[in-house]
Design a binder for this molecule. Structure first.
Ligand code: GYE
Length: 322
């Protein structure tokens, strides 16, 4: 057995050396040399989370020696579809993307499949019955994130609690799942009521605008549940402008734990943050290499995450990288 492995290893090494030697000798893979080319269709630049995610992908592609073609869809599905089609045309070795919404991907992913270009989903999932359309999905468990937010509220409230919810982008996996998880966890307590819920599109300005409207239409708001830090930070501005104290008069729960969110948490303006890790780059590049080499990869890779109270944020902030 050991001998077979050694022989196989020697063959692989020999092949690698031959490939490195270049020239006209037979080379493997889609592209003319051995450099892997990845086409990455990013959602946009809507939040601090997204900025950190983009940086992580660009930096880790570089250190993994992967050539990255990167596009920013400005939160529009049609732009992402265009980007993916152009990657297919350019015959990249692998396509990775973070789908802005869950539905409407089957046709373009079939096109990639027919062109024999493997697809990796990262950060957000798609809603499709055909799981052969992608090799793996790397990202957080958003339902669990919503549950963690709900659990904290259940444990930290007594008496009636009126919640307003700032939802992420309509139709996006993290918006759908963070809502579902939160509702599942809070329904055990009939005192907790979601009195209003609307999308702020994961942006600071969106969160501010929606919160301004909530403050006018809702006479009694106890808690804001924002699907990301940026919308929570926008809500803080609206609450202050209305003459109230964020974190005290109105409690705030958010998801992400980016630096601005953590700073507001440490300052007492946010009360609890559920972490969502944007640093997916290194794992994504590893998976890409395996997928291009035809190796087996797990169909789901879940990111590990924690939660932060105000005290924990104070402790973690000095070392926070993003
Ligand atoms: O929470 C939010 C971003 O898809 C997990 O998108 C991501 C979310 C993140 O805009 O800040």
């Amino acid at each position: 057995m050991r001998k077979t492995i050694t022989t196989a290893l020697a063959a692989v090494l020999l092949a690698a050396v031959t490939a490195c030697g270049g020239g006209s000798g037979g080379s493997a893979g889609n592209s003319s040399d051995d450099t892997i080319t990845m086409g990455f269709a990013q959602v946009g630049a809507e939040s601090g989370w997204r900025t950190a995610n983009t940086k992580s992908i660009q930096e880790s592609a570089k250190s993994a020696g992967i050539e990255l073609k990167f596009s920013d869809a400005q939160q529009k599905q049609e732009n992402q579809l265009k980007a993916i089609r152009s990657y297919i045309q350019q015959k990249v070795d692998v396509i990775a993307f973070s789908p802005v919404v869950e539905t409407g991907w089957d046709t373009v992913l079939l096109e990639a499949q027919r062109a024999k270009i493997p697809v990796i989903l990262t950060d957000r999932a798609i809603d499709s019955d055909d799981t052969s359309l992608y090799k793996t999905f790397l990202g957080s468990d958003f339902i669990d994130e919503g549950k963690k937010a709900g659990k904290w509220l259940v444990e930290n409230s007594d008496g009636p609690v009126n919640v307003v919810e700032l939802q992420g982008t309509t139709g996006a996996a993290p918006a759908i799942d963070r809502k579902e998880g939160f509702e599942a966890e809070t329904k055990s307590n009939p005192d907790i009521k979601i009195v209003a819920s609307q999308t702020g599109d994961f942006t600071r300005s969106g969160g501010k605008q929606v919160m301004e409207a909530f403050l006018k239409s809702q006479p009694d708001i106890d808690v804001v549940y924002a699907h990301n830090d940026d919308m929570g930070l926008g809500a803080i501005e609206a609450i202050k402008a209305a003459g109230k104290k964020p974190g005290t008069d109105i409690k705030i729960i958010t998801v992400d734990a980016v630096k601005d969110g953590m700073t507001a948490l440490a300052n007492g303006e946010i009360n609890f943050i559920v972490e969502c890790n944007p640093l997916l780059g290194p794992q994504l590049m590893d998976l890409a290499k395996k997928v291009v080499a035809g190796e087996e990869v797990p169909e789901r890779v879940v990111t590990e995450e924690t939660t932060f109270t105000q005290e924990q944020a104070k402790a973690a902030l000095p070392d926070r990288k993003y």
